[in-house]
Ligand binder design. Structure first.
Ligand SMILES: Cc1cc2nc3c(=O)[nH]c(=O)nc-3n(C[C@H](O)[C@H](O)[C@H](O)COP(=O)(O)OP(=O)(O)OC[C@H]3O[C@@H](n4cnc5c(N)ncnc54)[C@H](O)[C@@H]3O)c2cc1C
Length: 296
């Protein structure tokens, strides 16, 4: 099923993101995580594509395995980095053969050590071009794109940035998934700015629970633009050890989700880091055992 149809048919859609593990033993652990999360009734699950296209094969293998072993709808992240049009065409062909029909079309993080974006020869300059290519050559596929509530560091001009986002929608994208954020006001403001720019597709809110001080530092490095509010930083500082940091992070993320639902946000994407603990705890704190119970 296409994500746009799921978004149209369910009152609240909660989705989960995984990354393809490097080591064999972590694959089994990830499949335990997936089994833990299935009873929550995910709208879909997505699999990331490593920086610089570094996980191309593992992303493909994980998607196919989830597709074959579960009834979950899968979404593949796909980036322009390090691939030309032929590579992208081959990847999309393989997905089509396996019945994978949802793509999150991205420009992609730069490979390690690279500081500036260089368009690959015969490749795509921006995610909008990738969206247009998918829509032209694989019109049956559903396409999502990334949005940045707090801005993308490469484009400090916030007006231009919304124009570039609009270009992705005009190229045929069905929905937007946001970068993670810790202050819902940034997301609501982003949604309003999208509305002003006549971007009318669903906008899915990206939420991640901080699980340790280390993960917070890493997240600040990786998640382009995401600001950690002082109140959250103070709470993390106050927490004596990582067990308490995890509780603080989980509580914060749960309150964000509760507030988003109360404000009629219909799509929430949880960055799970391949672990089910924070998500299961969040559902318990929200007093529900599956996503369908979240709509009242
Ligand atoms: C939900 C989500 C999932 C992600 N998953 C992955 C993943 O799996 N793998 C990965 O490598 N990265 C991933 N990323 C990170 C993302 O690829 C990077 O942040 C990347 O730098 C931006 O990608 P984009 O698709 O928004 O690119 P684009 O929309 O192409 O934008 C890239 C930059 O170029 C600017 N721009 C766009 N169009 C133009 C134009 N016409 N002229 C001038 N400037 C322009 C934009 O404002 C932005 O600064 C993800 C991000 C999000 C939010």
């Amino acid at each position: 099923m296409l994500v746009k149809d799921i978004l149209n048919s369910q009152k609240i859609c909660i989705s989960y993101e995984f990354f393809p593990p490097k080591h064999e033993e972590d694959w089994n652990r990830l499949f335990e995580t997936i089994s833990d999360l299935i009873p929550l009734d995910p709208a879909y699950v997505s699999v990331t594509y490593g920086a610089g296209g570094s996980t191309r094969d593992r992303t493909h293998d994980l998607l196919v395995r989830i597709q074959e072993e579960t009834d979950l709808t899968v979404v593949s992240h796909l980036t322009c980095v390090g691939s030309d049009r032929n590579d992208i065409h081959d990847i999309l062909n393989k997905y089509a053969e396996h019945g994978i029909e949802n793509i999150l079309a991205l420009r992609g993080d730069l490979p390690k050590g690279q500081t500036e974006w260089v368009q690959p020869e015969n490749g795509f300059a921006y995610a909008a071009d990738l969206v247009a290519y998918i829509k032209k050559h694989f019109p049956h596929m559903g396409v999502g794109v990334a949005g940045f509530p707090e801005g993308h560091p490469e484009t400090p001009n916030r007006l231009k940035e919304i124009d570039y986002l609009k270009a992705k929608i005009d190229a045929g994208a069905d929905y937007i998934v946001s970068q993670l954020f810790f202050d819902n006001r940034d997301f609501y403001d982003f949604c309003e700015r999208c509305e002003l720019a006549h971007i009318n597709v669903p906008i899915i809110a990206g939420i991640m629970a901080i699980s340790s001080k280390h993960s917070m530092v890493r997240m600040a490095e990786l998640a382009a633009g995401a600001r950690i509010p002082a109140r959250l930083l103070k709470a993390v500082e106050r927490a004596g050890n990582d067990e308490y940091v995890e509780r603080v992070g989980g509580h914060w993320a749960t309150e964000q989700v509760r507030d988003l639902i109360d404000n009629n946000v219909r799509g929430i994407h949880l960055y799970t880091l391949n672990c089910s603990t924070a998500t299961l705890r969040m559902y318990r704190s929200l007093g529900v055992s599956s996503s369908s119970q979240l709509s009242v």
